[in-house]
Design a protein around this ligand. Structure first.
Ligand code: GTP
Ligand code: MG
Length: 331
């Protein structure tokens, strides 16, 4: 039987303090898995994260000389893991937020062939160590993502996840700041099987590195959701907006027709002009949706092409250890 390899990837920004605890919790022997290896993506840390990782037995390190952000780090990790021959890729955070001991639970649906992607569910609403505001926001955000992605993922911002090799190969991350929401919407839209399992989490050791405040968090997340949704469902998004504007114009025109018929048309020319503007603009917006829909069709073709090219590249490539990652220098 071929060897089954699991790579646990940890994107890190200055995590020298908490990385040892995170690493200590990751099981090195898991039933159903032959090899467990760890990959740290060091996003230009200034606190010696890479050295700490090396000292604690991390097999692979990808280091960016300068900070590129979590989404880039995540994507580079996936890329490197695939080149290293991972059959399953688990992502966890460097701040020891997720219980590494739950990795076997997390990957069980993948080993059982029931899912392509598994998201660790922190069961946020029952967490003692999270403020009420954050819980409410988290609930609302997750609800929106569920609607948009057609999935049932309870904890959409969870960084504790597992991907099959094939799911990882199909993933394309375009947003800059976090991959969590984007990858769920993408997976949902592509009808991948997404499972979720409850996992334990540890109390926060420090405040978030990803977001300086709740407001930036809400802003950035909303922008990501709208952008990705419009990318996958442009006709729905623009068609609906266009329809609303057009309907406004139509209502105003009918109002004018009414006044015209009863002989009072002259006093309503301004509203007639406004109605015409609304009709034209509404129609244009719907047209933009149509154009975006055609482009989105192309995007699907490109994604499929990318998937095939990646697969070919990896199959024909030199032994994994001699292939440098596309991004950053691995040491
Ligand atoms: N590569 C990279 N990783 C980052 C960056 N910001 C945060 N991270 C990592 O992403 C993971 C999650 O970051 P946290 O700061 O814990 O953010 P969070 O989990 O959303 O927030 P909390 O719930 O407060 O823990 C950690 O492993 C960080 O090291 C970044 O700019 N680049
Ligand atoms: Mg965290």
């Amino acid at each position: 039987m071929p060897v089954k390899k699991l790579i646990v990837q940890i994107p890190c920004l200055n995590e020298a303090q908490t990385l040892p605890a995170t690493l200590g919790d990751i099981p090195r022997a898991i039933p159903g898995i032959d090899v467990v290896e760890i990959l740290v993506i060091d996003d230009g840390s200034r606190d010696g994260t890479s050295e700490v990782a090396r000292r604690h037995g991390v097999e692979h390190i990808v280091r960016f000389p300068q900070r590129k952000g979590l989404a880039s780090a995540f994507a580079a990790g996936i890329d490197a893991s695939l080149k290293l021959g991972a059959d399953i890729i688990v992502n966890t955070d460097g701040d020891n937020q997720y219980a590494g001991a739950d990795i076997p639970k997390l990957i069980a649906p993948l080993l059982g062939g029931e899912a392509d992607v598994v998201i660790g569910d922190r069961e946020v609403q029952d967490l003692a160590h999270m403020s009420a505001t954050r819980k409410r926001l988290q609930w609302l955000g997750s609800w929106v993502v569920r609607q948009v992605s057609d999935t049932k993922v309870p904890d959409t911002t969870s960084g504790f996840r597992a991907y099959t090799r094939d799911a990882a190969l199909r993933m394309t991350i375009v947003s800059e700041f976090t991959y969590t929401l984007e990858s769920i919407i993408q997976a949902g839209k592509r009808r991948m099987a997404i499972a979720h399992v409850p996992v334990r989490s540890n109390p926060r050791t420090r405040s978030s590195r990803l977001f300086s405040s709740v407001w930036t968090y809400v802003k950035a997340s909303s922008a990501t959701i709208i952008r990705i949704y419009a990318m996958y469902e442009p006709l729905k998004v623009f068609g609906l907006i266009g329809l609303f504007v057009f309907a406004g114009g139509l209502a105003l025109s009918l109002r004018f027709v009414y006044f015209f018929v009863i002989g009072e048309g002259l006093g309503h020319v301004q509203s007639l002009i406004f109605a015409a503007v609304l009709l034209i603009v509404g129609f244009q917006i719907a047209l933009i949706g149509l154009v975006a829909d055609v482009i989105s069709g192309n995007r699907k073709l490109l994604e499929d092409l990318l998937y095939r090219v990646r697969r070919m590249e990896l199959r024909q490539g030199a032994p994994a250890d001699t292939v440098p990652p596309a991004d950053g220098d691995r040491s």
